[in-house]
Design a protein around this ligand. Structure first.
Ligand SMILES: NC(=O)c1ccc[n+]([C@@H]2O[C@H](COP(=O)([O-])OP(=O)(O)OC[C@H]3O[C@@H](n4cnc5c(N)ncnc54)[C@H](OP(=O)(O)O)[C@@H]3O)[C@@H](O)[C@H]2O)c1
Length: 250
């Protein structure tokens, strides 16, 4: 079975390619650096030739509101059209838990637009929505930084290790399309400010994190339901403390 991973050189994509190759599938890692570009369509038709399944884990290079929307809309349209022409039987995409709940967040609006294109296409699909990756916690700290201080919401979120995301993604990729959405989250819900505080302390970053219920998360005020999954998500096994311990001992 030929599986093309769009964004196959990224954090999730490269691990997914390795995982599915080890399961015996024929994998193509597609990305601009391997000659496949979903925006310009360079190399796209050739990459999809003979493909049974396409997994889209590409990410936008720029996250400014207009640019990120343009990326996911153009990339999604070009990719789905090329898949229809190539007779692809399953389109899998990685999105974010709670995207539709935070319309003030430009990145989330772009992910909802990507999801809507998939739902409107004629290709059988599975959308896997994941919570924030542990690997993204440093980026969250950066987003809340004003001078020497970091102000972050104490709302609950349920972050997940990228390895657990990849395991779930590999499973849904080789399963039949569900024509719907599946959620995956980390094993524990925790306050956002507290997770960032633990991350900074473990990485010997001396900046202080102040809890602030009004602090915006990429443009949106959060409550305990904003970023947490719905009923019965698939749960990852790796705890944040254990992941953090591994990062700092490397
Ligand atoms: N971060 C989170 O907490 C989180 C949570 C839930 C879901 N997600 C989703 O997870 C997905 C993967 O994220 P990631 O962190 O693995 O991304 P990443 O490490 O930034 O990798 C992005 C990938 O996209 C490729 N790419 C960029 N422009 C492209 C184009 N025009 N055509 C084809 N490929 C292109 C890059 O290729 P090059 O290497 O050639 O540049 C790279 O392989 C994203 O869709 C994101 O929305 C993220």
């Amino acid at each position: 079975m030929k599986i093309v991973v769009i964004g196959g050189t990224g954090l999730i994509g490269s691990k997914l390619v390795k995982n599915l190759r080890e399961r015996g599938h024929d994998l193509l890692a597609a990305a601009p650096t391997t000659g496949v570009n979903t925006i310009t369509r360079e190399g796209l038709a050739e990459a999809l030739d003979g493909a049974d399944i396409v997994v889209d884990v590409a990410n936008a290079p720029v996250w400014e509101d207009k640019a990120v929307l343009e990326f996911f809309e153009t990339s999604g349209r070009n990719l789905l059209a090329a898949e229809a022409a190539a007779g692809v039987r399953h389109h899998v995409a990685l999105s974010v838990v709670g995207s539709e709940r935070l319309p003030d967040n430009g990145y989330f609006r772009a992910k909802v637009a990507q999801e809507n294109l998939i739902k409107a296409s004629c290709i059988p699909y599975t959308i896997l929505r994941a919570t924030q990756f542990f690997e993204f916690v440093g980026g969250i700290a950066q987003s809340g930084t004003v001078g020497e201080e970091i102000r972050l919401s104490p709302a609950l979120f349920q972050p997940i290790a990228s390895d657990d995301v990849v395991a779930a993604l590999a499973d849904v990729t080789v399963a039949p399309p569900v024509n719907g959405t599946v959620e995956v989250a980390g094993p524990e819900a925790m306050p956002l400010d507290e997770v960032v505080r633990r991350f900074l302390s473990a990485t010997r970053d001396t900046r202080k994190v102040a809890p602030d219920v009004h602090a915006r998360y990429f443009g949106s005020v959060l409550d305990d339901q904003s970023l947490t999954p719905g009923k019965s998500p698939r749960l990852g096994a790796i705890r944040f403390e254990d992941w953090l311990g591994q990062q700092v001992s490397r």
